[in-house]
Design a binder for this molecule. Structure first.
Ligand code: SAH
Length: 356
């Protein structure tokens, strides 16, 4: 019998041998569930970390998010009770910094975390005492507006890929060759699943979709439309439709083949912001815009904030400058990462966006 300690690759092999290839959605979903359940992957390689995220680079990131949320909630008329909701809060660092900044403006929301990993929940409890945990948005109270943040959440949700074969479109799946996990094409014709205007492509073309991210967006935007509020989705991704696989695995700050170590590496794909904003708008939310992280953090005043921090701690000035450059530099996180803002109907214009 497989146990929790059985390597996931062995479980997948057994499954594929008995029932045939599995979908990429199943492969990625089960791999990331196992991966996040048991460990805190954030931090430098020397400390055993696999990757680092913006809130772990500098407190300025969470503070400016808190400032944005406090500002828009105050200008919207202070609907109460108000709920701070974070999807996949990691170590709770972003929430801690954002809530501190919000308190500075007299904004003290109830705190709700959507998180499935027991290991990370323990860290979140230490960072933000008093938070309430949820498996999904459905149990977050419906009695007031939400101020929602999702940083590097959607990129970890399971994707699906369709590949153009000689005779139509097929699902890209995970099968076995000489007992190694390999990509294979499904036997079913999936042409009907590809929009008509995207079907005519050279053989081998891959179209990637993320139904799980669309489902999350459907829920968030529906809540914004019904109960109002504002949401920020931040992730590495693209704002216009594209083709090709962006599926990747990272362990110890290095890339490895995505089928090499299921459950032991972080599996991600770039986020399709064009799809997310179209789902959001179809559910009745207002899309304030999607811009690069560098542009948004500059518009929020990160340079002035870095100056102020450096003046109060001159011996940290160099480290603060390096951290700011990591967050906004075009060759670092500034360009690849995008910030998308959504609001409920009738909410005021959002700071930092030039409009949709
Ligand atoms: N937002 C944090 C952590 C990003 S890592 C930061 O910026 O540092 C991804 C986070 O999403 C982790 O907290 C992980 O446990 C969580 N997560 C991944 N898939 C999830 C899922 N399907 N449901 C809920 N949480 C999930």
């Amino acid at each position: 019998m497989p146990t929790a300690q059985t390597p996931l690759a062995d479980i997948f092999r057994r499954l594929i041998r008995s029932t045939g290839p599995i979908s990429l959605t199943q492969y990625m979903g089960e791999s990331n569930a196992r991966y996040y359940a048991g460990k805190d992957p954030l931090g430098a390689a020397e400390g055993g970390g696999d990757f680092i995220t913006a809130p772990e680079i500098s407190q300025m990131f969470g503070e400016l998010i808190g400032l944005w949320l406090a500002d828009i909630w105050i200008r919207s008329g202070r609907g109460d009770p108000v709920h701070y909701v974070e999807l996949g809060p990691g170590r709770g660092t972003l929430a801690k910094d954002a809530l501190r900044a919000m308190r500075g403006y007299g904004v003290e929301p109830q705190v709700h975390f959507v998180e499935t990993s027991p290991a990370l929940k323990d860290l979140q409890r230490a960072a933000v005492p008093g938070a309430i945990w949820h498996d999904d948005l459905s149990t977050v109270p419906q009695d007031g507006p939400i101020l929602l943040v999702a940083n590097e959440f959607c990129d970890a949700l399971p994707i699906r890929q369709l590949v153009r074969a000689a005779d139509g479109w097929r699902e890209r799946m995970v099968g076995l060759k000489d007992d190694e996990l390999v990509f294979v094409s499904g036997s079913q014709d999936m042409t009907a699943a590809v929009p008509k205007d995207r079907r005519d492509q050279p053989e081998g073309t891959i179209i990637e979709t993320c139904p799980a991210a669309a489902a999350v967006m459907d829920e968030v935007a529906g809540r914004l439309a019904d109960r109002s509020g504002a949401a920020l989705f931040i992730d590495y991704g693209y704002a216009t439709a594209r083709t090709g696989s962006t599926f990747q695995a990272v362990r110890g700050h290095a890339k490895l083949p995505p089928l090499a170590a299921p459950g032991e590496a972080d599996l991600t794909a770039l986020v399709d912001f064009a799809m997310l904003s179209s789902v959001a708008q179809s559910c009745g939310a207002h899309h304030c815009g999607t811009i690069t992280q560098g542009k948004w953090l500059r518009a929020m005043g990160i340079e002035a904030r870095a100056d102020a921090l450096s003046k109060s701690a001159p011996h940290h000035a160099d480290a603060i400058a390096v951290a700011m450059d990591r967050l906004i530099g075009d060759d670092q996180m500034g360009d690849l990462f995008k910030v998308m803002a959504l609001t409920g109907p009738g909410w005021p214009e959002a700071v930092g966006f030039d409009g949709p």
